[in-house]
Write a new protein. Structure first.
Length: 203
């Protein structure tokens, strides 16, 4: 499996090409979360270089959009092409900050803080009929990147995100207690709720 070694935006407006970028970023995050990198084919220095590319390409508003500035996307696609890649980028930086040497990563704390503040611009909510799944996925991304641990260590990195995660923990626990874990379009998400709550247990 070839992992992404440099962050980049899509060069065109092709939906498939734009979709590949957050997917590739997520593979790096999952590899970090499972201690599969660094290794000989993906060294610590390559990880640091990747993180540098994230920091240098962060948008002024704190996000990591995967599309060109002139491209306009629908509200529905904002989650996939703006919020998810921003959450993943914050999580990669968070994990790297806590597990690796960041002496070469000037501005990493500010990048994480700005990114999490942007994530809060939709209050960690999803959109449309997928909103519950998207909310759970957001928390899973933060769990994979040890964002929960980072905010526990220093809530000042993003106080609004820290307090929102505390609210979500209570909100999701209430849903689990009520047994209302089925989606409108089918499927029971009890296991996902339990996993997410386990990840939030320390906050």
């Amino acid at each position: 499996m070839v992992l992404m070694k440099k962050y980049f935006k899509s060069k065109d407006d092709d939906y498939e090409n734009m979709s590949k970028i957050p997917g590739s970023m997520r593979l790096v995050l999952k590899a970090l979360a499972n201690d599969l990198i660094p290794h000989e084919q993906y060294t610590e220095q390559q990880l640091i270089t990747f993180c540098k590319s994230l920091i240098s390409n962060q948008e002024i508003d704190g996000s990591w959009k995967v599309f060109k500035e002139a491209y306009t996307i629908s509200e529905e696609d904002i989650i996939d092409f703006v919020y998810f890649p921003t959450q993943i980028a914050c999580s990669i930086l968070s994990h790297t900050r806590q597990k690796h040497s960041t002496s070469e990563l000037s501005g990493i704390d500010e990048a994480i803080s700005r990114g999490l503040k942007f994530c809060m611009s939709n209050n960690l909510e999803g959109y449309g009929y997928n909103k519950i799944f998207q909310k759970l996925e957001t928390i899973i991304i933060f769990i994979e990147g040890s964002v929960i641990d980072l905010l526990n260590q220093d809530p000042r990195i993003c106080p609004s995100c820290y307090h929102r995660l505390i609210e979500l923990k209570e909100e999701l626990q209430n849903i689990l207690d009520s047994g209302d874990t089925k989606m409108e379009y089918g499927g029971d998400y009890r296991e996902q709720y339990e996993f997410v709550l386990q990840g939030l247990s320390g906050i």
